[in-house]
Design a protein around this ligand. Structure first.
Ligand SMILES: C[S@@+](CC[C@H](N)C(=O)[O-])C[C@H]1O[C@@H](n2cnc3c(N)ncnc32)[C@H](O)[C@@H]1O
Length: 330
């Protein structure tokens, strides 16, 4: 019997005996490691996926037969989460989804009394599931978000954080890579106008069809990593002023890494560099994206100890930039 067979056999036995906490723990560990970008050995990953799939099937059976009295709701939630890291959500039987929703309620309000915050694991599951809902129903969320009539691919909770950072930093220059229609650049220009300081520069390989105009806003056309463009932008930074850099152009790992190398040196201590869309490649959205901003950020942070993740910028739970708000601390 291979190790995979052994784990699957154990999972099957566990299902017969209702729920095996060890199987649940293993499946949850796999989910956590995936979320952290750590790959498990293929046979272990396959076995754990099978564990989660079997548990979900078992759960479907229990829902069908009315035996939904689950003795360990946390283990259930962990198994379903593990299952969803590798299976499309629409393969989760409807009855199971309802049972899971009910079990979340039970966990959050264990004695019928609202508590201030759910347990961390449940909180993270709810956050990630809502994130996936928000991200994957994109036509009514981030692809239908507008600022003063101009489209922007931003999440409103992130836009609010940008406003707070601008108020706090009072940057002399905000540098945005990836203009798209110019909605985010216009938003930033307006925020700078309200504090009466600073300018914003935005660079894109494509010129926006109707670039919104603002006295504090400058457009560049070209690649964000073109050394000539980087040098021109660097020259626009008022001496000694705080800087806010927002990387939101080509989201492949290699391009973002090159942007980090180009723009991180422009960020003084106390200022911020935001790596956008770290949520793709399964963090927790778009699992098939491939190495992207999160992977670039990890690789960069391993070589440059000057930045720290500012988790406070993620306090609204929903952010398209998980671990992407970097503050220069040294
Ligand atoms: C996600 S969109 C930007 C969204 C915009 N910041 C907003 O929030 O509305 C990405 C943009 O990056 C641009 N882009 C792709 N590769 C680029 C590169 N090498 N340099 C600069 N921009 C690039 C694309 O043309 C696209 O408009």
């Amino acid at each position: 019997m291979t190790s995979k067979d052994k784990i699957v056999a154990r999972a099957r036995t566990a299902v017969v005996r209702r729920m095996d906490p060890l199987a649940a723990k293993r499946a949850a560990t796999l989910a956590e490691r995936r979320n952290a970008g750590i790959a498990a050995a293929p046979e272990v990953a396959a076995a754990l996926d099978a564990t989660a799939a079997i548990a979900v099937r078992d759960l479907a059976h229990r829902v069908r037969t009315g035996a939904t009295d689950l003795h360990d709701q946390a283990a259930l939630a962990q198994l379903v989460e593990a299952y969803l890291t590798h299976h499309p959500a629409d393969t989760l039987p409807h009855g199971v989804a309802q049972a899971v929703a009910r079990s979340f309620e039970g966990l959050w309000q264990p004695v019928g009394e609202p508590v201030s915050e759910p347990p961390p694991f449940i909180r993270d599951v709810i956050r990630d599931q809502f994130h996936r809902l928000y991200y994957h129903v994109s036509k009514r969320t981030w692809k239908d978000t507008w600022y003063r009539g101009v489209r922007t691919y931003k999440c409103p909770t992130d836009m609010w954080i940008y406003m707070e950072l601008i108020d706090e930093l009072m940057p002399g220059l905000v540098i945005e890579t990836g203009t798209f229609r110019g909605g985010s650049a216009l938003y930033i220009a307006d925020r700078l106008e309200t504090i009466g300081a600073g300018n914003v520069v935005t660079v894109d390989v494509n010129e926006p069809p109707k670039p919104p105009q603002h006295p504090r806003l400058t457009y560049f056309t070209g690649s964000s990593t073109d050394p000539a463009i980087v040098a021109e932008i660097a020259a626009m930074i008022p001496q000694g002023s705080p800087v806010l850099v927002i990387l939101d152009s080509d989201h492949s790992r290699d391009h973002v890494y090159a942007e980090l190398e180009a723009y991180a040196p422009l960020v003084p201590i106390g200022s911020y560099l935001i790596v956008e869309d770290t949520n793709v490649n399964g963090h927790p959205a778009a699992p098939d994206f491939g190495p992207g901003p999160m992977e670039a950020m990890w690789d960069f942070m391993a070589t440059d100890p000057g930045f720290e993740v500012d988790a406070r910028c993620e306090r609204y739970f929903l952010t398209q930039n998980p671990s992407g708000y970097l503050k220069r601390v040294r």
